[in-house]
Design a protein. Structure first.
Lengths: 200, 643
C-alpha cells in the first residue's frame, strides 16, 4: 500500500466531510485524479504523484491504490460506512488522529496544495459542473474512445493535448496568480462552458 | 598425381525459365564427351552456361567486376551471391519466381549428385539434394535440413579441396570460358590463385596464400597511398617555408597584434584550466546526487513498511480474513454436528499470534517521524546538489563559449598573420604552429606508412615458404605440364610455345614464350590467339591435375580468325575424351570449329542440341537461323559419317 494514497484519501475525505457531511469512493477517486492534474499543471512529472489512474467502464478515473487505501482504512476503523448509506463513509476519531499525524509529515507537504485546490473548487463551482468538466478533459475524452485503460501515460497523444492546454493556460494567465485555484477554475470552466452558464 | 575430381554433368533440367518460351520443361541427358548447344544470337546460350554454373555454385559472376576488386576468394563468393537475383530478374517472369528452378545431375569421383535450386530463393538454400554411391546405389544424404551446408561439405571433400569458395573460384575462372573473357595469363590476381591450387602442396595452403596475398596487397596499397600523402604534405610545407617573410617586426601595429595574440593564448590556457576544475566539480556533484537519491529511495521504502504496519496494527478482529474463514468453518461443523475442537484451537492460536503483533501506535508514529525528518534532510541535500550541478553546468557552458570565441580569434590571427608570427617565432627560435602542424602530420603519416610496410613485409615473409612449395610443385609437374600445354597450344597456334613460372614481388605468374620472344603482354598476341592460348592453359591444368571435369565454353568461335577455326576444333576434340567433358554453346553459322570437332568426335563422342525448339525467333533470328540449320545439317552429316 502506498502511504500517499492513504494520506490523499483521508485529506479529500476530511475536506468533503466538512463541506458535504460524507464522501463516496467515487468522489475520493475523482478528486485524487483532479489533484494529480493540478500537479501536472505546475510542471511536476506524472511519476511524482506516486500512484496511477485507469478509466472505469463508466468512464471515470480510478486508482487501485485509492481503493486499497479505503478498504484498509475501513478495516482498521479509521473510516466507517454511514449507517443506511451503503456507499458513503465518514472519518472516525481514530482516522482523524491518524490524518492529523500524517498531515505533519514532510513527505506529503508538497502535495497538500493540489489536494486543497481540488477540494476548494466545489466551493466556487457546483460539484456537478466540476465532475462533468473533469470527465471532459482531453485524457478522459480520449480514453472513452479507446480500448486503452491507463490514463496520463507520457506517450499518450491525449496527455500531450492536456499539456498543450496547460501551457495555453499559463500563457493566458501570464502566471500572475499565486493561488492555484484561479487557473483551476478557469480550466474547469473552459472544459464545460455551457454547463457553467446554466448552473450559475 | 591427379589431385582433384571435378563434376561431370549427366543431366540438366530447367523449369519455367521464361526466356526459353517454347519449352516450359527442358530436360537434357548428357552422355557424351562433347555437348554443344546451338542457336542464333540472343536466344539465351550464354544464360544456359550461367544456369549450369549457378546450379553448381549458387552464384552468378558479375561481368562488370574484375576478380582483383574482390581481393579474396571468400569475398568474391559472398559478394557474387547477391548478384544472382539481379541477373535472373527479367529472364524469368514475376509470376514464375517461385516455380523457376534448375535440377542438375552430375558425378564426382564415385558419387552421383543431384541438386535442385530455385533462381530467387533468398536464403541460398537448395530445394533438394541427394548423393548416392554409383556402384551400390546407396543414398548418402539422410537429413533434409540445411541442404546447402551439406552439399558444400560433401562436394568440397569429394573434390579434395579445403573450401567451397575454392570450388566456386575454379569452376567460374578455370572450368568456364564465358562471355566475360577473363583470361588467366593476363590477370595476375586470378593466375596466382590458380597456380597455388594446381601446383601448391594442398588446397589448405592455397587458402593461406589467398589470405596472405590479400593482406600483402592491402598493406602495400595503404603504404603507397600514405607515401603519396607524405610527398604532397612535404611539398606544401616547402612552399610555406619558401615564402619570404616581408614584415616589419618593429611596426607598432605588429607589436600590438602579437601582444593580443599572446594574451589570447594565455587566456585560453586559463579557461581550459577553469573548465577542467568545473568538470571535476560536476563529476563530484553527480556522485553526491546519486548517493542522496539512493539513500532517499531506501529511506522511503523503510517509511512505507512502517506506515503499512501502522495501518494494519490493531485491525478489528471481525474484519481479519483468516479469522472470518475459521468462524465460517466452525459454523458449518456445528450445524453438521461434526467435531470442531481443532478449529477452536486454530482460532485461539490465531488470536494469540495477533496479540504478539500489536505494538503501540505511538512507537510507530515515532519511527515514522524520525524517517520523515531524515527524508526531509536528504531531500534538502539533493535539491542543493541539483542546484549546484545546474549552476556548474551553466558556468561550463559560459566558459566553453568564451573558449570557442577566443580560439576563433586565435585561428583568425594565425591564418591572416602566419608570416609575421613565423618571423617572430624564428627570431626567438620557436616554430610557427602552421609549420609544426605540417611537420606533425608528416611524422604521423610516416609512422603509419612504416607500419603498413612492416605488415606488408610480414605477409610477404609468411608467403615465402608457400612460394617455395609452389615452385617445388611446379618444377615437379613441369616435365608433364609443359608438354601437355605445348600440345594443346601448338595444335592451335602452329608455333612452338613454352611457358615459365615467374616469381615477382607482387606475385607468381606464368609467362608465355613464343619462338624467341617473351610475349607476356596481352597486346603481343591477337585477341583470338589470347583466348585460345588461355583455353589451352586451362585444358593442360585440368588434364594434369584432375581425374574428371566438365569445361564450359561460351561461343568460342565468336572472334576466331577463319584460319584458326578448325585448329581450335581439333584442340577441343583432343581434350574431350575419357572423363573430360566439354560443354559448348555455339552460333554455328559458317563455323569450321564445330565441323572439325564433329569430324574427330563423331556421334560416339559428341551430341548437339538445337535451340529452335526452345524459344520463339525474331525475324532477324529466323533469317540467321536458316543458315544455322544448314550448318547444323552439315555437322549432323559429319557426325554420322563413319570413321
Amino acid at each position: 500500500m502506498i502511504s500517499t494514497a492513504v494520506y490523499d484519501t483521508l485529506f479529500i475525505g476530511q475536506r468533503l466531510q466538512q463541506k458535504i457531511d460524507d464522501f463516496s469512493e467515487y468522489e475520493i477517486q475523482f478528486f485524487a485524479y483532479f489533484s494529480c492534474l493540478l500537479s501536472l499543471y505546475e510542471g511536476n512529472t506524472i511519476d511524482k504523484w506516486e500512484y496511477s489512474f485507469v478509466k472505469t467502464e463508466l468512464g471515470s478515473p480510478f486508482s487501485l491504490d485509492i481503493k486499497t487505501a479505503l478498504s484498509t482504512l475501513e478495516a482498521n476503523n479509521s473510516i466507517q460506512q454511514v449507517s443506511g448509506e451503503g456507499t458513503y463513509f465518514n472519518i472516525t476519531g481514530k482516522g482523524t488522529e491518524f490524518f492529523n499525524f500524517n498531515n505533519k509529515m514532510n513527505i506529503v507537504a508538497w502535495r497538500k496544495k493540489y489536494l486543497e485546490t481540488a477540494c476548494k473548487s466545489i466551493s466556487l463551482l457546483p460539484l456537478g459542473v466540476v465532475k462533468e468538466a473533469i470527465i471532459s478533459d482531453p485524457v478522459m475524452t480520449s480514453a472513452k474512445n479507446s480500448i486503452k485503460t491507463n490514463l496520463l501515460e507520457e506517450s499518450n497523444p491525449a496527455t500531450k493535448v492536456l499539456y498543450n492546454q496547460f501551457e495555453a493556460l499559463h500563457t493566458a494567465l501570464a502566471d500572475q496568480y499565486q493561488d492555484l485555484i484561479v487557473p483551476a477554475v478557469v480550466w474547469l470552466e473552459s472544459l464545460n462552458p455551457e454547463r457553467v452558464k446554466s448552473e450559475l | 598425381m591427379k589431385k582433384y575430381s571435378f563434376p561431370i554433368i549427366k543431366n540438366i533440367k530447367i523449369n519455367h525459365f521464361d526466356i526459353y518460351k517454347k519449352k516450359k520443361y527442358i530436360d537434357i541427358d548428357i552422355d557424351k564427351n562433347v555437348f554443344c548447344l546451338v542457336g542464333a544470337n540472343g536466344l539465351g546460350k550464354s544464360t544456359f552456361i550461367t544456369i549450369v554454373n549457378y546450379a553448381l555454385t549458387g552464384i552468378v559472376k558479375n561481368p562488370k567486376r574484375k576478380f582483383s576488386s574482390y581481393g579474396s576468394l571468400p569475398k568474391f563468393y559472398n559478394d557474387s551471391k547477391r548478384f544472382s537475383g539481379d541477373y535472373f530478374d527479367g529472364r524469368v517472369n514475376e509470376d514464375n519466381y517461385g516455380l523457376a528452378e534448375v535440377v542438375l545431375t552430375f558425378t564426382v569421383d564415385k558419387y552421383e549428385y543431384k541438386i535442385k535450386r530455385g533462381f530467387f530463393d533468398s536464403d541460398d538454400e537448395l530445394r533438394t539434394f541427394s548423393k548416392k554411391e554409383l556402384e551400390t546405389g546407396q543414398e548418402l544424404i539422410t537429413s533434409n535440413s540445411e541442404l546447402s551446408d551439406q552439399y558444400r561439405k560433401h562436394i568440397v571433400s569429394d573434390l579434395h579441396l579445403s573450401e567451397f569458395t575454392q570450388f566456386v573460384f575454379l569452376q567460374l575462372h578455370v572450368f568456364t570460358f564465358d562471355e566475360t573473357h577473363q583470361l588467366l595469363f593476363w590477370d595476375e590476381s586470378i593466375m596466382e590463385r590458380v597456380l597455388y591450387l594446381f601446383f601448391g602442396v594442398d588446397a589448405l595452403k592455397a587458402k593461406q596464400a589467398d589470405e596472405l596475398r590479400k593482406k600483402y596487397n592491402k598493406y602495400g596499397s595503404d603504404a603507397r597511398n600514405l607515401q603519396s600523402q607524405i610527398t604532397q604534405t612535404r611539398n606544401q610545407l616547402k612552399e610555406i617555408e619558401n615564402e619570404k617573410p616581408t614584415v616589419d617586426l618593429n611596426k607598432s601595429e605588429n607589436i600590438e597584434l602579437y601582444e593580443t595574440y599572446k594574451i589570447l593564448l594565455s587566456e585560453t590556457d586559463n579557461i581550459m584550466e577553469t573548465l577542467s576544475d568545473i568538470s571535476e566539480k560536476i563529476n563530484h556533484t553527480e556522485l553526491n546526487i546519486s548517493d542522496f537519491s539512493l539513500k532517499a529511495t531506501a529511506k522511503r521504502s523503510e517509511y512505507e513498511v512502517i506506515f503499512n504496519k501502522t495501518l494494519n496494527n490493531n485491525i478489528q478482529i471481525e474484519k481479519n480474513p483468516i479469522i472470518i474463514q475459521i468462524l465460517n468453518d466452525l459454523r458449518l461443523r456445528i450445524c453438521a454436528s461434526k467435531e470442531y475442537e481443532d478449529l477452536i484451537e486454530q482460532l485461539i492460536t490465531k488470536i494469540r499470534s495477533e496479540c504478539g503483533n500489536i505494538s503501540s501506535d505511538k512507537d510507530y508514529y515515532q519511527e515514522l517521524q524520525k524517517i520523515d525528518t531524515e527524508l526531509s534532510e536528504l531531500s534538502n541535500k539533493l535539491k542543493l546538489a541539483e542546484d549546484r550541478r545546474k549552476r556548474l553546468i551553466d558556468e561550463e557552458t559560459k566558459h566553453t563559449q568564451e573558449l570557442d570565441y577566443k580560439r576563433l580569434k586565435i585561428d583568425e590571427i594565425e591564418k591572416d598573420n602566419d608570416v609575421l608570427l613565423r618571423k617572430i617565432r624564428s627570431s626567438s627560435g620557436e616554430k610557427s604552429p602552421l609549420i609544426k602542424n605540417y611537420e606533425d602530420q608528416i611524422e604521423r603519416l610516416s609512422e603509419q606508412k612504416d607500419k603498413a610496410y612492416k605488415e606488408r613485409d610480414k605477409a610477404k615473409k609468411a608467403m615465402e615458404p608457400l612460394e617455395k612449395e609452389l615452385n617445388q610443385g611446379y618444377i615437379e609437374a613441369e616435365s608433364k605440364f609443359i608438354p601437355v600445354f605445348n600440345r594443346y597450344a601448338k595444335s592451335f597456334l602452329g608455333l612452338d610455345i613454352n611457358i615459365n613460372l615467374i616469381s615477382k614481388k607482387d606475385g607468381v605468374r606464368l609467362s608465355i614464350d613464343i619462338g624467341d620472344s617473351l610475349r607476356s603482354n596481352a597486346y603481343q598476341l591477337s585477341e583470338s590467339q589470347r583466348y585460345f592460348v588461355d583455353i589451352a592453359l586451362r585444358m593442360a591444368l585440368i588434364e594434369l591435375c584432375t581425374q574428371s571435369s566438365t569445361i564450359l565454353i561460351d561461343t568460342p568461335e565468336g572472334s576466331l580468325d577463319i584460319a584458326y577455326e578448325s585448329r581450335a576444333g581439333k584442340m577441343f576434340a583432343d581434350f574431350s575424351h575419357g572423363l573430360n567433358q566439354s560443354m559448348l554453346t555455339a552460333n554455328i553459322n559458317s563455323s569450321q570449329l564445330l565441323l572439325e570437332l564433329a569430324h574427330i568426335c563423331k556421334n560416339e563422342r559428341m551430341q548437339i542440341e538445337r535451340m529452335t525448339e526452345w524459344t520463339e525467333l525474331s525475324d532477324v533470328q529466323l533469317a540467321e537461323n536458316e543458315r544455322i540449320e544448314d550448318a547444323y545439317d552439315e555437322i549432323e552429316k559429319t557426325l554420322n559419317e563413319s570413321k
